[in-house]
Design a protein around this ligand. Structure first.
Ligand code: ADP
Ligand code: ZN
Ligand code: ZN
Length: 759
């Protein structure tokens, strides 16, 4: 399976290298180990091996050859006889540069995972595998060919081949030589046998093209005074070449994107590149067109690219041929040679946190990268995270405010509808009377309607009336959701599917009920209530096919749909001028989540969906249905009062010593055996409590306790939380204990620093 660029696995000489002047390579593997391993660089690889290249090296007692990343090469004169040698060098060139190496090391430390795990995750598989390239056989003239040719007789075809190679500066592919000389492979092997030409294996370049084709370039808009002021504040650190984080707090429709674009224009004029991170869901043709129409070369990185495409873009970006990179979370690692600015749009989106190892937050990584390069970072949002807001309050970030929408458009009035006594809702409908009338009026006035509900499926609760229990997934601790369109019940955690149960699996009673409303049921109700309206549902079930998301939005924009209903998918950064009504069908579902950030998410979602109306000439309005009309998150959102909400919520978090006033790391244990998993979690919690020193004595350990989802895909799950005043303290305690932990074979552990969900 050797894919080796150069291999020395069976070279007996390596012990020789371990004498006086030796080169040592530090190598990290895709393992949760924090320190690199040292190896001797064999003579044959001296001068070739550099940091950022992959190698294979023997690991562990068995000396199994494992692929790792070289993170440094150094000279050593100390005794190194005990070190093992590097076996193979896998890459001709480093995959990433020094700055990126340092960044990945920082991520490993900050997020308590292995450096090698970070490298393995951020370097796309397509880049590692050189996807889209092929190995081809080439020939070049031997060095002494000219002198020897004097005394050698060649036939016509052989002469033709030599002539082609003479006139070419580079090696030529065997196939082209045969084609141009009009011969088969015979003459090539004759020339090779005579030692006149030498064979080589070379890789073709990866090829690709800009998708989307040519696009009409558009001029920059003339900024209004609010935008101009924001831009000037942003240009200051850009022009001075200093690193600064700016929090651009601008209401929905205040024209933040135009400010980013003009800031990027400045950076590009210095020959530098800009990276714009957006939530995956916002990578719509509309967003892409906005950037493509303003810049010469824009690369768009999204999650469904082929390996070859990703490789090609990576090379283009690394070669400095791309001015602006627009992409989701992982684009923060785009290998720009001279980054000049990073923008994170919709900074509050939870998708900027990765929920598998390495569990980094793009905001923190971007901040670190910007510091290293001495360049600014812009965080833009109408509803910043409280983390960002607190830092702005403390002067760590510079706050830039855009409180008004462009062209003096008003923010839409938000009406809170108390559904506790609504006659329709009491009868089981999800659209209450006020909402029904508002939709009717909007349709009559030829406006478009957006209805938001963050539960998909038909009925989110399958419930037994006899024993009063929810009917759960066989593998998870999760109540099943009925999907009526396919007549199945689905687990939204593991995708388990089954026919709807006729009887309760617990008590055998036939009294099964399907409760609650998901988007499918809402869809049905809306079509029934407004039979003339054209209705489109958008959720991850109805939008499975690639491209369907964009198609749906385009048809809504063209006015072919009157009512668009769906989940979070419809709440993001979309700009539809004809939307005159936005309905939040059930604000309570978000508020009731057992999550530290439930209130923050509720506020954000209401504010974001409200932002989808009143964006054109026509005024719009928003209706929010709830049974808790006095809840602060709902109240402040209805008043468009982010600052009021942030003040209120920060006070609550402060009293609870919760983030952002503290740092949390969550340690999750999982295993097939309930008792062993629980006992391991409890033992680790005890070790942490006992391991506190003078410095870390005020670090609190919460748990171990069952995780909110106790069973997931047949694994039992327990967790504990380490809470400290700063992330350094949390790290200090964890690292001091982690070193000496030995887990049972079948219990795995994952650490989530700054967790964003508490599943
Ligand atoms: P945000 O990102 O803050 O929600 P956008 O950047 O999407 O706002 O801008 C909202 C709308 O206003 C867009 O259609 C945009 O083209 C338009 N717009 C932005 N700035 C200006 C301006 N200076 N003059 C006219 N229209 C503008
Ligand atoms: Zn039952
Ligand atoms: Zn399940």
């Amino acid at each position: 399976m050797s894919q080796g660029f150069l291999g020395f696995a069976d070279n007996p000489d390596w012990q020789q290298a371990a004498q006086d002047d030796v080169q040592i390579a530090d190598v990290v593997f895709n393992l949760p180990l924090e320190r690199p391993y040292s190896y001797v660089v064999p003579d044959q690889l001296r001068g070739m091996l550099r940091a950022g290249q992959r190698v294979t090296a023997p690991l562990g007692r068995s000396n199994r050859a494992v692929t790792g990343y070289c993170v440094g090469v150094r000279q050593s004169d100390t005794q190194t006889r005990r070190l093992k040698p590097i076996l193979e060098l896998l890459d001709a060139e480093p995959l990433i540069d020094e700055a990126m190496l340092e960044l990945t090391q920082w991520i490993g430390q900050r997020y308590l995972c292995g450096w090698g795990q970070v490298l393995d995750s951020i370097i796309p598989a397509g880049v590692r595998r050189r996807s889209g390239t092929r190995e081809i056989r080439c020939f070049e003239l031997a060095e002494d060919a000219e002198s020897r040719l004097q005394s050698t007789r060649l036939n016509r075809q052989q002469q033709a081949i030599v002539d082609i190679l003479r006139s070419s500066q580079q090696p030529v592919a065997a196939t082209s030589l045969c084609e141009e000389a009009g011969c088969g492979p015979g003459p090539l092997s004759t020339l090779q046998k005579k030692g006149l030409i030498l064979p080589l294996r070379m890789r073709t370049e990866v090829s690709g093209e800009d998708t989307g084709g040519p696009i009409r370039k558009e001029a920059d808009l003339t900024l209004n005074p609010q935008q101009r002021q924001a831009l000037n504040t942003i240009l200051k650190p850009i022009r001075e070449g200093v690193s600064e984080t700016l929090l651009l707090h601008g209401v929905t429709g205040s024209g933040k994107t135009e400010v980013y674009i003009q800031a990027i224009r400045e950076v590009v004029s210095y020959g530098r590149q800009a990276i714009v991170l957006v939530p995956e869901i916002s990578l719509t043709p509309q967003t892409i067109r906005r950037f493509r129409s303003r810049f010469k070369s824009v690369a768009v990185l999204h999650s469904h690219m082929s390996d070859a495409d990703r490789h090609w873009h990576w090379q283009q970006i690394a070669a400095g041929r791309v001015e602006v990179i627009v992409g989701a979370r992982s684009a923060v690692f785009a290998p720009t040679p001279h980054p000049g600015l990073i923008v994170i749009d919709e900074e509050h989106e939870p998708t900027f946190k990765q929920d598998s190892t390495p569990r980094y937050h793009a905001r923190e990584v971007a901040h670190q990268r910007c510091q290293a390069h001495g360049i600014p970072l812009i965080l833009g949002s109408a509803t910043p995270t409280l983390e960002a807001w607190l830092r702005a309050q403390r002067g760590i970030y510079r706050l830039v405010s855009m409180p008004h929408r462009v062209e003096g458009r008003p923010l839409p009035p938000v009406v809170i509808v108390d559904t506790r006594n609504d006659p329709r809702v009491s009868r089981g409908s999800s659209i209450g009377r006020a909402m029904q009338q508002a939709i009717m009026r909007a349709l009559k006035e030829k406006g478009q309607v957006i209805l938001f509900l963050n539960l998909r499926g038909y009925s989110p609760v399958v419930w037994c009336r006899s024993c009063g229990e929810g009917v759960k997934c066989g593998q998870c601790d999760i109540t099943l959701t009925l999907h009526r369109d396919r007549n199945v019940v689905v687990c939204h955690s593991c995708d388990f599917e089954a026919e709807p149960p006729q009887t309760c699996p617990g008590c055998g009673s036939p009294a099964i009920r399907f409760l609650g409303t998901g988007t499918q049921r809402l869809d049905e109700e809306v079509r029934h209530l407004f039979p003339q309206a054209r209705v489109l549902r958008m959720d991850s079930d109805s939008m499975k096919r690639p491209g369907s998301h964009d198609e749906a939005l385009s048809s809504f924009r063209r006015g072919e749909v009157d009512i668009l209903l769906g989940t979070q998918m419809i709440a993001k950064g979309l700009d539809f001028p004809n939307v005159t009504l936005v309905g939040v069908v059930d604000a309570d579902t978000m508020l009731r989540q057992p999550d530290l950030r439930a209130a923050e998410r509720t506020f954000q979602l209401i504010a974001q969906v409200a932002g989808r109306t009143g964006r054109g000439e026509r005024a719009g309005r928003v209706l929010v249905q709830t049974t808790v009309p006095d809840d602060p998150a709902v109240r402040y959102a209805s008043e468009h009062d982010y600052i009021g909400f942030a003040g209120h919520e920060l006070a609550e978090r402060h009293d609870a010593l919760a983030p952002p006033f503290s740092a949390v790391a969550r340690v999750i244990f999982r295993g097939p055996d309930d008792q062993r998993t629980r006992e391991t979690a409890i033992a680790v919690a005890e070790r942490l409590r006992a391991g506190r020193t003078e410095e870390t004595q005020d670090v609190r350990i919460l748990g171990a306790a069952p995780a909110p989802i106790l069973r997931l895909r047949n694994y039992w799950r327990y967790h504990l939380q380490i809470c400290g005043a700063t992330s350094e303290k949390v790290r200090q305690l964890w690292e001091s204990v982690e070193q000496s932990l030995t887990l049972p074979e079948d219990v795995e552990l994952a650490v989530d620093v700054d967790p964003m969900n508490a599943r």
